[in-house]
Structure formats: C-alpha cells, structure tokens
Design a protein around this ligand. Structure first.
Ligand SMILES: [Zn+2]
Length: 318
C-alpha cells in the first residue's frame, strides 16, 4: 500500500468504506451497540420502495439497531470523504517527522480547519492502548524540554535538571521510557519530579527491568530499589561497559533527536494542551518502525475502533 495505490483503489468513498469494513470486521460486521459479531445484514432498498437506502448501512439482527462502519471511530460525523481520510492516515504514517495540518490541507485540498481536525483525530487513534505490555529487559529513561520561548541572551545553555523544573518559560517537559530494541512510551509532565515519575514508572516498567539513566536525573528516589545504572554525561561519558552491561542512554536520546526534528522542523509550535497527541504520533511511528509504511497504515486503520474524538475535546487553535 502506498499513496498511489490508495488513490487508485479508493478513488471514491464507497470503495474506501468497503476496505474499512474488511479491515475492521474480518469475521463479519460487529454491532457497535450490542457487540455481536456477524449477526448484521446490509440494508438494501425493497424493490417496491422509492426511497434509496444510504450505502454502507447495516442492521443488527439481535438488537435491531442500524449502524455503519464509521460509528464509534475517529471518522464518525466527519463530512470528509473516507478515501480522503485514508490518504491522510497514510501520509501521517509514512512521514518520518510527521506532517503539519498546513501541508495536509495543501496536499489533499481540504480546508485548513478540516486538516487540523483530521491530524488530531489520527493522532488520537495512534495513542497506545491501556492494555500495552510493560517494558522489560533494559529500559532507558530520560527527559527533554520542548517548545517555548528561546533562551534569553546570557542565560546558561545547560538545563539544571536538579531543580526538577523546566527553567525556561513555556518549555514543556517530556519524559520518555524506551525498552532497548523495543517500544517507547512518552509522557508530557508538568514538572520532572520523583513524585510525578513514580506512577509512570510503576505503570510502564516491569519490576525486573534494568533501568538506565544519566546522572542528572531526579529519578533515583522514584526507582524504589529497582536495578539501575547511570551514565555520567557531566563527565562526557556516553557509553560505559561494565560486567557485560552496556550502560548508556543513547537509545532514548536517539528518539528525542527524531522527536525534536519533527516538532521543531515540521510543527514549529505545539500548544502544550496538544503535546501529548504529538507524543502519541512519534511513539506510534517509533514502535512500528520495523514494518513498512503500508503495513503501518493498515495497522492504524484497524485500531480506529472505539476512538472517537469529539470536536469539543480538541479545541481548534490553529
Ligand atoms: Zn446489535
């Protein structure tokens, strides 16, 4: 699957809807009201009826309710044609550094406002399920600061991590936890403090995991007796080999480099109320980095279920 094949195969909303049905319902239509699988039938107009039936409407033989494949998804109530949605999903899934609503607006010929809602809904679908497997093995944790005003002249370049706060006005703290050769989970936190990090570590990292940080971390008291090694960045140490262990935070820093190139280069300014959605986007692409762009697109299309984002949940601020 690539943009060209999406444009050809799904040249109209009906073809796109049938594709969505095949992806979301491989074992038959799922009724969003009672949950029954394969018990619904497609509504067709009676030969005697003069009024046509809207295409894509199913009726559940159990609860008798009618629905379409877009009910309770990010596509629900959207006036944007489904084939345009599929292209937007593919563009966001296949661009390493993401894609701005402005670019999507120009490429797809939808209004800027529509493009803005689309990218936010797509990011919402990209967020990790609450049922994720905990990170194990070796897990690197680090923090970084994103956005906000430039440093004033004369201010020191180094961020004082021991203060536990972002020292520059408007900068937002992001903490990422990366399993080496595995997945990342990023969190926007108000302040990088042990108290804020403790519940994140509890919920995200397996108790047997080996945690690696740099020495500037506030994490120590949040780690609660877990296996922990530190690399000493203040002494320009980036990798240390000790008893067969590779002690480094290079993996999480590599992820931050990608995140910053994306947010600074593509998005320029990210409102702090939206930052967690951008993090979902970068986490999603990182966590699916070993599959093709087409497979990533299909994976996302399968997980739009139950992820409806109301307009009131994302206030337009383009
Ligand atoms: Zn039903």
């Amino acid at each position: 699957m690539n943009l060209n094949s999406i444009a050809q195969q799904f040249s109209d909303p009906n073809a796109a809807r049938e594709f969505l049905e095949s992806q979301r319902w491989p074992e038959g239509a799922i009724c969003p009201f009672c949950g029954l699988i394969g018990a619904a039938y497609k509504l067709r107009a009676k030969p005697t009826s003069k009024t046509p039936v809207r295409p894509g409407v199913w009726k559940c033989s159990n609860c008798r309710k009618q629905f379409t494949v877009t009910v309770v998804t990010i596509f629900e109530d959207s006036h944007i044609p489904l084939n345009t949605w599929l292209m937007a999903i593919h563009l966001l899934c296949s661009s390493k550094k993401g894609m701005s609503a402005h670019q999507l607006h120009r490429m797809l010929g939808v209004t800027y406002k529509s493009a803005w809602f689309m990218v936010h809904r797509i990011r919402y679908a990209m967020r990790q399920s609450d049922l994720f497997a905990k990170l194990g093995g070796t897990v690197e944790i680090d923090e970084t600061y994103i956005g906000g005003k430039q440093r004033r002249k004369g201010q020191p370049g180094r961020i004082d991590k021991s203060a536990g706060v972002a020292p520059f006005s408007g900068k937002q703290a992001v903490v990422s936890l990366v399993q080496r050769d595995g997945s990342v989970q990023s969190h926007h936190v108000q302040r990088v403090t042990a108290a804020n990090l403790k519940p994140i570590i509890e919920a995200t990292i397996h108790p047997d995991a080996h945690i690696m940080t740099d020495t500037g971390t506030v994490l120590k008291s949040a780690l609660m007796g877990r296996k922990h090694h530190q690399v000493d960045h203040f002494r320009d140490e980036f990798v240390r080999y000790e008893n067969g262990l590779t002690i480094t935070t290079n993996t999480v820093e590599g992820f931050f480099a990608l995140l910053k190139r994306g947010i600074n280069g593509v998005y320029h300014h990210v409102g702090q109320q939206h930052l967690h959605r951008y993090l979902s986007e970068f986490d999603f692409r990182y966590n699916t980095r070993r599959i093709t762009d087409g497979e990533r697109t299909t994976k996302l299309i399968r997980q739009v279920h139950g992820k409806r984002l109301m307009y009131k949940q994302v206030r337009f601020s383009g």
